[in-house]
Write a protein that binds this ligand. Structure first.
Ligand code: SAM
Length: 290
């Protein structure tokens, strides 16, 4: 029987055979621990009728573990040098399709429609390239793709920021942006030692369970996110100072203060103490669409 790709010996053998050299600029840190890979796949609760989307299959270590469980796997890989390697390592899994594309430029919805059947249970399962973690996640969420869950490995600090609750030091506009679309939780952390080459940062597995609908109602999503961002623009400033900078062309500081008080939100609070519902209250009552 062929050994799993993620064992240190088999990974080294594959890399050597193909003369592969890592590109730091592409965030290439490959996992060499099969147990961790299995745990990542398990966190997505796949069934034998599930579809999986992977971003950055590398030499196929995680792809192989997903392919053992799921019905179909669709992977996007930017590095042309990995394509012949993946063809070889994933040969036992004809239900895997690797597309040579930058995921940020790909039309993921269209590729999904071509590859998965309508209504298929689909999960994103990936060990993300760390230099573009946030843009990838925000693209997947904002595009409102038909996926049930996103289970990804990323920098521990970013996972903590995404899953943070109001009042914690990690809570910010990224937490709200992600939690508007999904329930976020850190499933487990992963030491640097299970990668080659070893990254400089610790990692964590983040699970984003996509919501049927956002937890708050807003008039205008774009402005809601602008207000959230503005409220965190200078973390040490009060909500009043940050928001009056945002509304400077339309509302005086005095009016902003009065409006916040009218919404039962103390203008002296800082953005990091506000719940998503409070931000939605601000957007619903202080926007020009009123
Ligand atoms: N999945 C493999 C593993 O767990 O060992 C490799 C993960 S490695 C952290 C990230 C992978 O993403 C690399 O294979 C890299 O070439 C690929 N990648 C980087 N930027 C990408 C992009 N914009 N679109 C698609 N793949 C990308």
């Amino acid at each position: 029987m062929v050994k799993d790709i993620a064992t240190p010996a088999r990974t080294q053998e594959i890399l050597k055979k193909h003369g592969f050299s890592f590109k730091k600029s592409l965030g290439q840190n490959f996992l060499i621990d099969t147990n961790i890979l299995r745990n990542i796949v398990e966190a997505a609760s796949l069934s034998d009728s599930s579809g999986v989307i992977e971003i950055g299959p590398g030499i196929g270590a995680l792809t192989e573990q997903s392919a053992k469980v799921a019905e179909r796997v669709l992977a996007f890989e930017i590095d042309q040098r990995l394509m012949p390697i993946l063809k070889e390592t994933l040969a036992p899994f004809p239900h895997v399709n690797v597309i040579h594309k930058d995921v940020l430029k790909a039309n993921v919805r269209e590729e999904m429609a071509k590859f998965f059947y309508e209504g298929q249970d689909v999960a994103v399962v990936a060990n993300l390239p760390y230099y573009i973690t946030t843009p990838i996640l925000m693209k997947l969420l904002e595009d409102k793709l038909p996926v049930r869950v996103i289970v990804v490995m990323l920098q521990k600090e970013v996972a903590e920021r995404i899953a943070a609750a109001p009042g914690s030091k990690d809570y910010g506009s990224l937490s709200i942006a992600a939690q508007y679309y999904a329930e976020a939780e850190t499933v487990f952390t992963v030491p640097k030692t299970v990668f080659i080459p070893q990254p400089n940062v610790d990692s964590a597995i983040l699970r984003l369970t996509i919501r049927d609908k956002p937890p708050v109602r807003v008039n205008n999503e774009e402005r809601f996110f602008q207000i959230v961002q503005a409220s965190f623009a200078q973390r040490r400033k009060t909500l009043l100072n940050n928001l009056s900078a945002y509304f400077k062309d339309t509302l005086s500081k005095q009016i902003v203060a009065e409006k916040l008080q009218g919404l039962n939100i103390d203008p002296k609070r800082r953005g990091e103490s506000l719940s998503m519902e409070e931000f939605a209250r601000i957007e619903n009552n202080m926007s020009e669409d009123e």
